[in-house]
Design a protein around this ligand. Structure first.
Ligand code: 4AD
Ligand code: MG
Length: 430
């Protein structure tokens, strides 16, 4: 019977065949231990000299790393393995013999591993990270589908900037200029006026010359947008959604979190509601923590965010940033126009901003004024203004960066390990 490692618990005591790759092995005189993977999981195969033909035993002792094979054996409980099962091997058939696999069980440097990303993905650590990424995506679709949102796809080739013009990837679009999307938000605002509650999930691009553990050039963003929703209501949606995602990973990825050595008590504490701190109070807090040179009106950097997050054991919303340092579309507080109705959600443990959101300007005159202040003009902005001219309503939305969220939940230091093929400042390969 052909099966997969993930299905093994259903076959305890029975003989099965699995297509696998060898990841590692050790053998002594009469026994060989094979570490096997098939994409669905990892299992140990035990080859006892007395249970197999001489030919199979010799084959087992001489298998090279990443050789592909069909392996047959009886599934038995194994209390010492985190997976809980092993295979008592009876037969093997090699599909392709591999030799000189570049990634050996010894330590390799990061650049070497990044150059071999197409192979590095096979490791148990990368496997765990990709499974957690997948669970976050699955839980995202579940949350928004269960709560009445419509998934709407935003274009990737766009005629205008959504988040500031300095970080745009430019390309020719026949005779016109085009840019790779920095955010689907402006299109989601149009979609929310047609469908009420919507979300997009797609790749976004930032030609940012940042070389930090939090920055990718190409990253995936989940961008919900809700009509008839104010900023306070949007914050409640954000904390519900993030709680749902974290708890889903805890529920469905125990083995992966264990593989990564993640301290899960920190994740268990992630339950809505999340604390909120105003930008004003955050500046005060930073001064108390010894950041003497931070002044009201300046943006926070990574060390500031980390210091603020340290005061809380859950993700924390920093709300009402100065209008001057935020995007043109954010709605100024009617009582205090020098700040906007926005929030950044800062993850605990130094992972930084994972969500950015705001209420949007709904008044056409104010939007025109903001265009001028930000020097935004041209036909690309006309349709966006028209959204404010035909039945404008209060609306809010936010963007969650997938890779930063994966890094935080999986407990992975750098976002380069949280996307299958990272695009970094100096990396377009593989
Ligand atoms: O704060 P940002 O720039 O917000 C927007 O793009 C809004 N239009 C979203 C919206 O309201 N619909 O980006 C949102 C999130 C950040 O909080 C961060 O998690 C992630 O996207 N992000 C990045 N992730 C990896 N690498 C980068 N260079 C990122 N830039 C932003
Ligand atoms: Mg932001």
């Amino acid at each position: 019977m052909k099966t997969t490692i993930a299905q093994v618990p259903a076959h305890e005591g029975k003989e099965v065949t699995i297509g696998v790759w060898l990841t590692n092995k050790r053998s002594s005189g009469k026994i060989a231990f094979l570490q096997l993977r098939d994409g669905t999981g990892f299992i140990q195969g035990v080859v006892a000299k007395n249970d197999v033909t001489d030919e199979v035993f010799q084959l087992a002792k001489n298998l090279n790393q990443e050789t592909s094979l069909y392996i047959t054996g009886k599934i038995a409980e194994d209390k010492r393995s985190p997976f809980g099962y092993e295979m008592q091997v009876t037969d093997m058939e090699v599909i392709q013999e591999a030799s000189d696999y570049p990634i050996t069980p010894k330590e390799h440097g990061t650049e070497f591993l990044m150059d071999h990303r197409h192979l590095w993905l096979r490791s148990s650590r990368q496997h765990a990270v990709m499974k957690i990424r997948n669970e976050i995506i699955r839980a995202t679709y579940q949350y928004f589908n269960d709560n009445g949102y419509v998934k709407v796809d935003a274009p990737i080739l766009t005629g205008a900037s959504a988040e500031g013009t300095t970080e745009l990837f430019h390309t020719k679009y026949f005779d016109e200029d085009a840019y790779l999307s920095q955010s689907g938000q402006l299109y989601m605002e149009a979609a929310a006026m047609a469908l009420g509650k919507v979300f997009s999930f797609g790749p976004t691009f930032r030609a940012e010359k940042s070389k930090t553990r939090r920055h990718l050039i190409e990253f995936w963003m989940i961008e919900p947008e809700m009509a008839f929703t104010n900023h306070e209501e949007s914050l409640e949606i954000q904390e519900q959604y993030v709680t749902f995602v974290v708890q889903s990973v805890l529920q469905n990825c125990q083995l992966e979190l264990q593989t990564l050595g993640r301290d899960t008590t920190k994740l268990e504490a992630v339950q809505a509601p999340f604390p909120r701190i105003s930008y004003d109070d955050a500046v005060q807090l930073l001064k108390e923590k010894g950041f003497d040179d931070i002044e009201w009106g300046e943006d926070f950097g990574a060390p500031h965010e980390t210091a603020i997050a340290e005061s809380f054991d859950k993700p924390v919303f920093i709300i009402n940033y100065p209008t001057d340092i935020k995007a043109f579309y954010m709605k100024p507080d009617p009582e205090r126009p020098e700040v906007v109705q926005c929030a950044d959600l800062i993850a605990p443990e130094g992972y930084g901003e994972v969500v950015g959101g705001s209420q949007r300007i709904d008044d056409p005159e104010l939007m025109k004024q903001r265009y001028e202040e930000h020097h935004l003009s041209g036909p690309a902005y006309e349709w966006y203004l028209e959204l404010r001219q035909y039945g404008s309503v209060p609306h809010s939305g936010f963007g969650l960066g997938l890779e930063r969220t994966v890094a935080w939940i999986a407990g992975v230091e750098h976002v380069r390990e949280t996307i299958p093929f990272p695009r970094l400042l100096n990396r377009l390969y593989p």
